[in-house]
Design a protein around this ligand. Structure first.
Ligand code: PGA
Length: 256
């Protein structure tokens, strides 16, 4: 279980997660992880999520380091005849602590529904993993004034399925229009959505205050500190900038 301290209401310890997406080679991973291991990142929880084929090697490389590792997705099925899928039980066996579920790229490119994402989160919890449940609106939804209703619907599907087990999850707010585009939600825009998510978590679960809510979408060393200073932003889910050691280390330090 990840330690908590009294830095934020609910004892929420800052968390920074690197989502490598479909990037990496053994050589690049070695270099990146050596740099992370050589930096003092102990002031917050730090996690890397490499592509699944690298998880074994990453587990070996990170042995003895406080940096944890996780996966970018898991199946909602138990092991069986599901070609190409990866079971949560297998990720747990590889020493994963976290697994991202419902990333917008999977919702959009693999037609993952809110209900499916909730099932994946449940499977992850069943195997002792912390699901990082991603929510976020598209540009069209934002322009239509639907940001609140979209993220509330996405979160409600998970709350309906998990109830108080939500305390074992992390939520990540990632506005789709900010992912990989260089456009970041302003700290105020992001905080407004985080506050909404926080109030739903609080209303629906006695442990809602303790659930960490990460912001993701073009987080960089230049904007990280201001985003993480917001009262309901407990860290970040970092894509592009997690592939460059100096940027990722700077972002982790901004969370400390
Ligand atoms: P980005 O991606 O930091 O490259 O915008 C974030 C994510 O998709 O998790």
């Amino acid at each position: 279980m990840v330690a908590t301290h009294a830095g934020k209401p609910g004892g929420r310890r800052r968390l920074v997660v690197g989502n490598w997406k479909m990037n990496g080679t053994h050589e690049a991973n070695n270099a990146l992880l050596s740099a992370l291991k050589g930096a003092d990142l102990s002031a917050s929880d730090v996690v890397v999520c490499p592509p699944t084929p690298y998880l074994c090697a990453v587990a070996d490389l990170l042995a003895g380091s406080p940096v944890r590792w996780g996966a970018q997705d898991c199946s909602h099925h138990a092991p069986g005849a599901y070609t190409g899928e990866v079971a949560a039980a297998m990720l747990a066996e590889l020493g994963c602590t976290f697994v991202i579920v419902g990333h917008s790229e999977r919702r959009a490119m693999h037609a993952e529904s809110d209900a499916l994402v909730a099932e994946k989160a449940e499977k992850a919890l069943d195997h002792g993993l912390v699901p990082i449940v991603c929510v976020g609106e598209t540009l069209a939804e934002r322009e239509a004034g639907a940001t609140g209703s979209v993220v509330e619907r996405q979160l409600a599907a998970v709350l309906d399925r998990l109830g108080d087990r939500i305390s074992g999850c992390v939520v990540a707010y990632e506005p789709v229009w900010a992912i990989g585009t260089g456009k970041t939600a302003s700290p105020d825009e992001a905080q407004a959505v985080h506050a909404l998510l926080r109030s739903t978590l609080r209303d629906r679960s006695s442990s809602g205050e303790a659930v960490r809510i990460l912001y993701g979408g073009s987080v960089k060393p230049e904007n990280a500190a201001e985003l993480f200073a917001q009262p309901d932003i407990d860290g970040g889910l970092i894509g592009g900038a997690s592939l460059k050691a100096s940027d990722f280390i700077a972002i982790c330090r901004a969370a400390a």
